[in-house]
Design a protein around this ligand. Structure first.
Ligand code: FES
Length: 192
């Protein structure tokens, strides 16, 4: 009797396993991989640059220098326009050029210098051996003194980075970046 009961239970379990084994599965499918879509969407938000990508970005580092427009007043991710650069007097139109008499006090000579050429360049063209080093307004080697200062009443300095406003007020000028706008007397080789 016991054997019959055990046999019945065993047969029932076997039937259940068989039914489960052959039963059709559900229609469930795993979610599609959207990681590539997310990467492309994020890449589209980075503004185009007009310069080559720096090396540190191409290898995945850095990225802090990327300027992304945001906050108030930002317009569609466009970068702000740079300030227009100051124009050099050397580039002035030919019909605007004026000529001025510059007396070189120590040399005892007066030379004529156009408003689109520097005092140093023209003095050298005229055969004077004036001091200089960088020729870019960044040292003091070419310094001169205008006794009737302020210097900027007599010259325009283009990209001078040496003298303070006070020093130019006193009459000091950097002859390598100074373009005349008036007649004046200059003492070469004088520095503050
Ligand atoms: S030569 Fe250096 S500032 Fe003129």
């Amino acid at each position: 009797m016991v054997d019959l009961v055990a046999f019945g239970i065993a047969a029932g379990l076997v039937s259940v396993f068989v039914v489960l084994h052959v039963a059709k599965g559900t229609e469930w499918e795993s979610n599609p991989d959207i990681s590539q879509d997310i990467l492309e969407t994020r890449a589209a938000t980075v503004p185009e640059t007009s310069f080559p990508e720096p090396m540190n970005r191409s290898i995945g580092g850095g990225g802090g220098a990327v300027a992304i427009e945001g906050g108030e007043g930002g317009e569609g991710g466009e970068l702000e326009e740079a300030e227009p650069e100051e124009q050099s007097p050397a580039d002035m139109p030919e019909d605007e050029v004026e000529y001025h008499e510059i007396e070189l006090a120590k040399q005892g000579e007066t030379i004529e210098i156009a408003s689109n050429e520097t005092i140093l360049d023209k003095a050298e063209d005229e055969g004077f051996d004036l001091p200089y080093a960088c020729r870019q307004g960044q040292c003091v080697s070419c310094s001169g003194f205008i006794p009737d200062g302020p210097a900027e009443d007599h010259v325009v300095h283009y990209e001078q980075e040496t003298f303070t406003d006070e020093e130019m007020e006193e009459g000091y000028t950097l002859t390598c970046v100074a373009y005349p706008i008036a007649d004046f007397t200059l003492e070469t080789g004088e520095a503050p």
